[in-house]
Design a protein around this ligand. Structure first.
Ligand code: PMP
Length: 359
């Protein structure tokens, strides 16, 4: 099989070992004679998969016992609506807008109550996180919503502010499990699976149990965090195969040494690419250094007329899905946990050659 490196923003690259294990277990999971896809979600086999998956996730992210871990469907976009339904309870909420995804969260939430923009970096084209001392936070807000890694813009939070007791709700879709997180500083953490966790179709919600009693009666049962927490995420049929693959990814991550160890690899990969970009007069990245994402690295060619040739040449080298999101253009290399450093090295080697031939 041809060696490729997949830089897709998501669905994204998965560890080869995980795919091989899924392949080996495809027809007969642990002597059950069944594929995981064919199992009852309430049977003992799948119950054991779900329990282990949750336990490993808790270990990886060091989730305190006062938090529930829910395995839901609908992706992060569904949670954009479910967050206000589950939390607003007649109050207002503060949102910080740092890129396309947090902007979308505001738009989705507005149907459900008063949503205020506490800070936005739109004026600077989302190249930074507004400094915390400029945020206009309301003490009476039900929550403060942030997106800690903006997948499209390549902006990542470097720490979070003190909100004086107002719960922080964070969309971590595109960097969850890439770095340690102090879960106790958040009310809710959520993320779609299709970047660092596993296949699309699964969304993980980590919610403090103190936030489970304020949902609007209009909240659909499948999206009521309380109902799902009371039913082990099984009020409906959960996305069983996606959960199973997520469980294999968690085992892989534990074998890598866990989140602290993968963070070191992620720092090394990101530094390699940013250092190359900063030293180049052919390519550039314009995100504030402190807020540069380790996971999603957008970059541009100074001569944009070469974009198509760049992408075509990359593909011929097995460097796939480097085209930037249509909203921002340019290029983007997503280098999630499962991207080996060799992929970043191959990308830089290609970029160096391309620049040399087109200078
Ligand atoms: N938030 C972020 C940060 C994302 O990257 C994405 C998907 N790329 C979403 C939300 C939307 O997720 P989904 O398509 O799973 O609903």
């Amino acid at each position: 099989m041809k060696q490729i490196y997949n830089f897709s923003a998501g669905p994204a690259v998965l560890p080869k070992e995980v795919l091989q294990r899924a392949q080996a277990e495809m027809l007969d999971w642990h002597g059950s004679g069944m594929s995981v896809m064919e199992m009852s979600h309430r049977g003992k086999e799948f119950t054991s998969i779900l329990e282990k998956t949750e336990a490993d996730f808790r270990t990886l992210l060091n989730v305190p016992s006062q938090y529930k871990v829910l395995f839901l469907q609908g992706g992060a976009i569904a949670e954009n609506a479910m967050i206000p339904l589950n939390l607003l309870n007649g109050k207002s909420a503060d949102y910080v807008v740092t890129g396309a995804w947090s902007k979308r969260s505001v738009e989705d939430a507005r149907a459900y109550g008063e949503i205020r923009i506490a800070a936005t970096s739109e004026a600077s084209s989302f190249t930074e996180v507004p400094s915390f001392d400029t945020w206009q936070l309301n003490q009476d807000a039900a929550y403060v919503h942030i997106c800690t890694n903006e997948t499209i813009n390549g902006v990542e939070f470097d720490g979070i502010p003190n909100t004086h007791g107002v719960p922080i709700v964070a969309d971590m879709s595109s960097h969850i499990l890439s770095r340690p997180v102090d879960v106790s500083r958040y009310g809710v953490i959520y993320g779609g699976a299709q970047k660092n966790i596993g296949p699309a179709g699964l969304c993980i919600v980590v919610v403090h149990e103190g936030l489970l009693n304020q949902a609007s009666p209009l909240t659909p049962a499948v999206f009521s965090w309380k109902t799902q927490a009371d039913n082990q995420s099984m009020i409906n049929t959960p996305p069983t195969y996606s959960i199973y693959i997520a469980g294999l990814v968690f085992e892989w991550l534990l074998a890598q040494g866990g989140v602290a160890a993968i963070e070191q690899k992620n720092i090394a990969k990101a530094n390699l690419l940013y250092n190359y970009l900063d030293g180049s007069d052919f390519y550039y990245n314009n995100i504030q250094v402190a807020n540069r994402s380790r996971m999603n690295i957008p970059f541009r060619l100074r001569n944009e007329q070469l974009n198509d040739a760049f992408l075509k040449g990359a593909e011929a080298q097995g460097l796939l899905q480097l085209k930037g999101h249509r909203m921002v253009g340019g290029m983007r290399a997503s280098i999630y946990n499962a991207m080996p450093i060799e992929g970043v090295q191959a990308l830089i080697a290609y970029m160096t050659e391309f620049a040399k031939h087109n200078a």
